[in-house]
Design a protein around this ligand. Structure first.
Ligand code: TRH
Length: 395
């Protein structure tokens, strides 16, 4: 009989190891909240980098990280060197192949029934994903079986993170023009009624000066809203400023740039809904831009030996299916330039005019793509199905 059997078992337990940035925590925090809102059972999230969590969940700053705290229905626990095994969840999710603490693995093996053990993988549009989704991997020593769970764009994958009320909240936000005006005013964002409103969330981008130069002399006013992030140094350089901080606004010709504070995830969604074009990065903001149903530009997380270029092309092939040739080429050209793909040497400034001209067509396509993807089961639903209603089900 296990020493862990008497304590209450959470329904879901997620382990998240943040390496050098908060991207993984973005996915884990969103998934945890989504599960907590649908379920009656407890969701517990272990995080090794409390600062990264605090950035997207400012509420934790007031709470006791050592003993754990509950935010939005999620029990948050710090995963540090002093980790002591606790009663494992009915489902244990290790995010992005992080290594579970050995003591917790032993605790899982001592449970009956054993937890459903999931390795949540990175999102990719590549064709092999559906074939690997839900594959089992028995532990070499312990009586435990891990399953690989792949989010994705196909029927045969785990789908995309999408809260049940997300699209209704988005529709309510965009349906009230006076609401949008109030939202902008509340953030001190003003001017440029006809300007193209752009959000810019990105990693470092050495091509920004050339693009800003093009925007400054362009055919249309542009208002660029930049949440504080890694790209801010390049934004400052492109504007010939020493440094920039939240609240700063700089105007150059037809271009106005305003720096916004980093918000929680709900506020970030609203920013995407408030803009005509969104520059996003990594994984979670990439998916949110698709649910915003607006044209977007994806900066994929760079990997060694340019492995990310294949992933970018795999998504482009899916996303551009059915888009007219000129618009498809314009989008692919601009995205590849933004991601410094070698086979597109012209650069972002050269690729911008065609991309800008294609925006009306791409806007219609973004809505079509969003509707198509929303017809598929979302990630929390597929996880619940797999973990509680399939042959692998938790008891
Ligand atoms: O941080 P990222 O670059 O994450 C990446 C990816 O997960 C990638 O796959 C992984 O390999 C790498 O990390 C290590 O970008 P991402 O995924 O978009 O996460 C950013 C999160 O920040 C997302 O949840 C949205 C959120 N956010 C806010 O909450 N408020 C804000 O103001 C902004 C700009 C973002």
């Amino acid at each position: 009989m296990s020493m862990f059997v008497t304590a209450a078992r959470p329904r879901w337990e997620i382990f998240c190891q943040v390496v050098d940035n908060f991207g993984d925590i973005g996915v884990c925090w969103r998934l945890a909240r989504d599960l907590a809102r649908r379920d009656t059972g407890q969701v517990r999230l272990w995080v090794d980098d409390w600062g990264a969590l605090e950035r997207i969940c400012p509420a934790v700053a007031q709470l006791d990280a050592a003993t754990g705290c509950t935010v939005d229905g999620v029990v948050l626990r710090r995963w540090d060197a002093a980790f002591a095994a606790s009663t494992p969840g009915k489902v244990v999710i290790e995010a992005f192949a992080c290594e579970l603490p050995a003591a917790q693995l032993e605790a899982m093996a001592a449970q009956w029934p054993p937890p459903v053990w999931i390795n949540l993988e990175y999102l990719s549009a590549e064709d092999w994903v559906a074939g690997c989704h839900a594959m089992a991997s028995p532990h070499p020593r312990l009586p435990l079986v891990k399953h690989f769970f792949f989010p994705g764009f196909d029927e045969g994958t785990g789908g995309l993170l999408r809260e049940l009320d997300l699209l209704a909240r988005r529709d309510a936000f965009v349906a009230r023009p006076e609401g949008l005006a109030a939202w902008l005013a509340a953030r001190g964002i003003y001017g440029g009624g006809d300007a193209l409103r752009v959000s810019l969330f990105a990693y470092e981008q050495p091509e920004l000066p050339a693009l800003f130069e093009c925007w400054r002399h362009g055919a249309r006013d542009l208002l660029v809203l930049v949440p504080e992030s890694r790209v801010l140094g390049d934004v400052a350089r492109a504007l010939d400023r020493g440094a920039l901080k939240a609240g700063d606004r700089v105007e150059r010709g037809r271009l106005a740039v305003q720096v916004l504070p980093f918000t929680d995830q709900i506020g970030y969604d609203e920013l995407l809904w408030a803009c005509d074009l969104n520059f996003v990065r990594g994984e979670d903001s990439f998916v949110r831009a698709q649910w915003a149903a607006r044209p977007f530009v994806w900066q994929i997380y760079p990997q060694s030996q340019a492995a990310h270029h294949d992933k970018l092309d795999a998504f482009l092939a899916r996303y551009l299916h059915g888009v007219s040739d000129p618009a498809a080429q314009a989008l692919a050209g601009f995205w590849r330039a933004w991601n410094a793909c070698a086979h597109d040497a012209d650069g972002v400034a050269a690729a911008w005019p065609a991309f800008a001209a294609a925006l009306p067509a791409l806007s219609a396509h973004a809505q079509h793509w969003c509707t198509q993807q929303a017809a598929r089961a979302d990630l929390a639903t597929t996880l619940t199905e797999f973990c509680f209603h399939s042959p692998h089900a938790a008891r």
